[in-house]
Design a protein around this ligand. Sequence first.
Ligand SMILES: NC(=O)c1ccc[n+]([C@@H]2O[C@H](COP(=O)([O-])OP(=O)(O)OC[C@H]3O[C@@H](n4cnc5c(N)ncnc54)[C@H](O)[C@@H]3O)[C@@H](O)[C@H]2O)c1
Length: 362
Amino acid sequence: MNEALTVALGDRAYPIHFTDSKAALRQCVAELKEAKREIRVLTDANLHKCQSDYLQAVGFAKEEILSLPAGEPTKSIESYAETLRCLAHENLNRDSALFAFGGGVIGDLAGFVAASYLRGIDFYQIPTSLLAMVDSSVGGKTGINLPEGKNLVGAFWQPKAVFIDTGLLQSLPTREFAAGMAEIVKYGLLADRTLFEELESLGAPNPESKALPAIIRRCCEIKAHIVVNDETETAASGGRALLNLGHTFAHAIENAAGYGDYLHGEAVAIGLVLATQLSVNLGQLEVAWTDRVIELLQANALPVRLKSALTISDLVTAMQRDKKNRSGNLRFVTLKAAGEAITTDGVETALIEALWQGVGAA
Ligand SMILES: NC(=O)c1ccc[n+]([C@@H]2O[C@H](COP(=O)([O-])OP(=O)(O)OC[C@H]3O[C@@H](n4cnc5c(N)ncnc54)[C@H](O)[C@@H]3O)[C@@H](O)[C@H]2O)c1
């Protein structure tokens, strides 16, 4: 339990540190400095305000910290350019290393900066949101948004190490914590029925829950296993795409509602309800699972219906634009059983429209 988990990607394998992560991070920073390598840490204004002591405690100097505004708009071409120019202005060379200290926004942006600055420099993840701890900090997907859509530009660039310290969750707003829980429920549904059942018996964990570190570790194990087998999501079926359970629906909600109304995890929660119902309607999954999924999400203060009516046509159009589709066909991740996800093509639009209606779309 105390040992780091390895993401076994051959010569790019890397550790995810858990219980000893603060000490491991302090050692990593010290070693880079001893080797006279320049380091910078990218963070956002919220974390800079409430967790800058942490950064100093692990060895970052004030002038090594770059802070950007908090929130999804920071995953932009403007912040990307600003960060690159900052590194160039300070003459950082190919030996330098960039750390991401934040949620998925900072992690995705910092990763893409690291992937492209001088054609690639070392990159480390210190996730601070629950979502980033269980999902975005592992697996090497980095990128930014364009006004035309989310995550349209990016690169696969694996970190050199991930340092997960659940103590950092103490300052995470409750709504953000709940959003991270949606991704945890997703892992249970797609790969681990026992995890799902453990979550059912726990009710609603909070940052102090004793069970939380092991749950986070289990999610990272599932993600690492899937990523190692299909790093760049090219498997013809199954593979890394399974991590998108509920996400075709979720992206459509975020897109149709305009970014800001729903946190990503909140949209994922509704997406999980819809993916479960779709699996039931296709005859793949027992009916009882719909209620179980709804109850677990509600116990974690997550929405299971749209907050206000979105139009079915906007939602279906957004789904058709989703970049995960192959050859113009709608592709879904569905459940053959709890803990066993598959990719399913050729679902009829009428069925999808009926499902949208069921969660309050007009
Ligand atoms: N790369 C991937 O594989 C992957 C996977 C899933 C999601 N993502 C991306 O992740 C992003 C969402 O990530 P997120 O939900 O972490 O959002 P986020 O980075 O915006 O963080 C959410 C909010 O919580 C604050 N915050 C984070 N940690 C905190 C802490 N410990 N204390 C106080 N405040 C804290 C942030 O300042 C922000 O306001 C999206 O852009 C999504 O596309 C990427």
